[in-house]
Design a protein around this ligand. Sequence first.
Ligand SMILES: Cc1ncc(COP(=O)(O)O)c(C=O)c1O
Length: 421
Amino acid sequence: MTSPVVIPRAERVAHFEQDVWSIFTPLALECQAVNLGQGFMNFPPPDFVIEAARDAVTRNDCNQYSHPKGRPRLRNALAKSYSPLFNRTLDPETEVVVTAGANEGIFSIFAGYLDQGSEVILMEPFFDQYISNITMNGGVPVYCPIRPAGDSSKDMPASEWKIDIKELESKITPRSKIIVLNTPHNPIGKVFSREELEEIGALAIKHNLLIISDEVYDRLYFDPMKHQRIATLDGLWERTITVGSGGKTFGTTGWRIGWLIGPKALVEPALAAHTRIVFCVNSPLQEAIAVGFEQADERGFFGSQIKAYEHKREKLLNVFRELGLSCTIPEGSYFILVNTDKIQVPEDYKFPDLLWNRPKDFRTCYWLTKEIGVCAIPPTEFYSKPNQVLAENFARFAFCKTDETLDAAAERLLKLKAYIK
Ligand SMILES: Cc1ncc(COP(=O)(O)O)c(C=O)c1O
């Protein structure tokens, strides 16, 4: 018998804890729960985008390497679609870079800018991948919470989650290099107002920070809210890289197409890193996303997509209203944070050991998945340890699902009535 080979892991991955997805995705499968946990669509992308992908794989030029910056057709389509939204003519040669999903784009920015010990200011809750993207590149995340300013025991608009700008400024040190903004926000559903963006932008100017504006949900905001872009504010284009996602825009999260938009000098270090990480992004699906942008306006796609999501949001909110559970009403993205404080999980319920060193929301979401049959995600996963208490009475439900799935979830969630105090 050969003995097992033990080769020590690199420090940069050795400290990773078991992440929330590897606990809840298999659990949802095992219990055949309706999965409102992970933010992927369980409906197909639009036909015209699928058709374009089909066509692209039959063309040899689309099956070979692309330019590291991205295929010209996609960069041109992005520049055309985004120029009016940025109030400037974007140069597809120098101001747009196609990445392997937004996530690799963000990783590349960190790789292009962080030195050992450089600090990155994050607002929490945050998209969980930011942390490993920062630490793997030698950086140090520094956290500032967005807090519910209203009464979270009642329904409240996502705009009532606020950042305290003085607290945010207190996190900045001479080692701070980057501040990350996410709007529309996952998981709060907050769309930052112009005033909030101006305040954050003023801090970035005062302390010479690069802004990463993660706008992957930029096509998903709900009436009467309008998405505002920090890069369009005075003096902020020069220091902002805006991040987008074909996955969120066209319901193609598995295609791994994203992009960075910013001034040439700012995107160059990220492009340099991106070229070494993936060299280039898969070619045929870049072509399909290009067609998506080329045809979206004439087909009224973005407007009808918003309407469909508004309908899904209402469907799910109505269930929580019926249950008397208060929610943060999302103004953008596709998540609802539900206040679970009123749910009484039986005290003698047997939880697996691995959940006892996790915050309370892990146990609430486990019980919801296992006993109610609906999987939600514990949002403390999106907080630094000291601030996890801020979220342990919430659960995050994703509504990027078919109406049938949401109806099935609703039916099961009504069983919660027996457990609500
Ligand atoms: C806030 C935020 N940023 C980035 C991403 C990653 O997007 P992509 O799938 O394009 O890498 C996600 C995905 O859930 C997200 O929620």
